[in-house]
Design a protein around this ligand. Structure first.
Ligand code: PAF
Length: 284
């Protein structure tokens, strides 16, 4: 595996690989890698593919400074995981490399409706920052395939829209990979390491709620199930930001179950000051 810190070195290497007929698979991350990231790398690694994993904790997507300050950094363990996974390239730039002219100089994208709901509504500016960094990374890496995790489903939709806005939807295939879960259902997240053992166990109630929203789609009204979920989360000591139902194709929020649509349930809740998100498709 080769570790690059500079954009120019990465670009030179990747253009050589492209000239040799290799495809580029790309997994953008903020490090603190876990089994969820590993599953994305595993999807990409193939004989004729050069897999690039970027590790950069992007300051512009954190609306909460203390979340940024506390974001876990485990570079040695990350490199070990990437080596074991046979990743070809780790790209680990610093902020000066990613934002050489300062944060304000990188083009921003307006995601409209997608930025006005759920994560967009609760984390003002978050998707603007995601758009800034992902567009920068895509210009550098120019991947054929981009792998992202379903846990951040709204982010996946934002990136899909970004690919269109960049005019790259034909060249770059976005592959959304299943969420990897702990045994009790808790979605793998870099933020989980900040939970104490009791908090970690209680956090599994987010997944329990998603499963109950899924299980009751043919018997109850969503408003009732939602109330039960909010009560359960509260009882478990979680501070819920939203328990929502949406059309999975465009994230239009739904008041009630609509079986003719592909539906996704989404939850954001905090415990011990750690903010967690998760989602589940309700029907095929
Ligand atoms: O999902 C993440 O880890 C980040 O939002 C991403 C896509 C790497 C952009 O910083």
């Amino acid at each position: 595996m080769i570790v690059f810190k500079k954009e120019q070195d990465l670009r030179t290497y990747l253009s050589q690989q492209r000239a040799l007929g290799k495809r580029i698979g790309f997994v953008p991350t903020m490090g603190a890698l876990h089994a969820g990231h590993r599953s994305l790398i595993d999807r990409s690694v193939q004989p004729e593919t050069v897999t690039v994993c970027s590790i950069f904790v992007n300051p512009t997507q954190f609306n909460d400074k203390s979340d940024y300050d506390k974001y876990p950094a485990t570079p040695d363990a990350d490199l070990k995981l990437l080596l074991e996974a046979r990743c070809d390239v780790a790209f680990m730039p610093d902020a000066a490399e990613m934002y050489p002219q300062g944060f304000a100089e990188v083009r921003t994208y307006d995601f409209g409706y997608l930025d006005s709901i759920l994560e967009g509504a609760h984390r003002p500016g978050h998707f603007r920052g995601v758009g800034q960094i992902v567009s920068r990374l895509l210009e550098m890496v120019q991947p054929d395939i981009l792998f992202m995790g379903q846990k951040d489903y709204q982010q996946c939709m934002v990136v899909k829209k970004l690919l269109g806005m960049m005019g790259r939807e034909q060249q770059i295939q976005l592959v959304i990979c299943d969420t990897v879960r702990e045994e009790d259902g808790l979605a793998m997240s870099s933020r989980n390491v900040r939970l104490t053992e009791p908090q970690r166990a209680l956090a599994a109630s987010i997944y329990q709620c998603l499963v109950s929203i899924q299980g009751k789609q043919n018997s109850d009204h969503f408003s009732l199930v939602r109330k039960e979920c909010l009560d359960l989360l509260k009882k478990k000591g979680l501070d819920a930001e939203y328990v929502s139902l949406a059309d999975a194709t465009d994230l239009t929020l739904l008041e009630d179950y609509e079986p003719s649509k592909k539906m996704v349930a989404l939850i954001a809740a905090s415990i011990g000051g750690v903010r967690l998100i998760d989602n589940l498709f309700l029907n095929p």
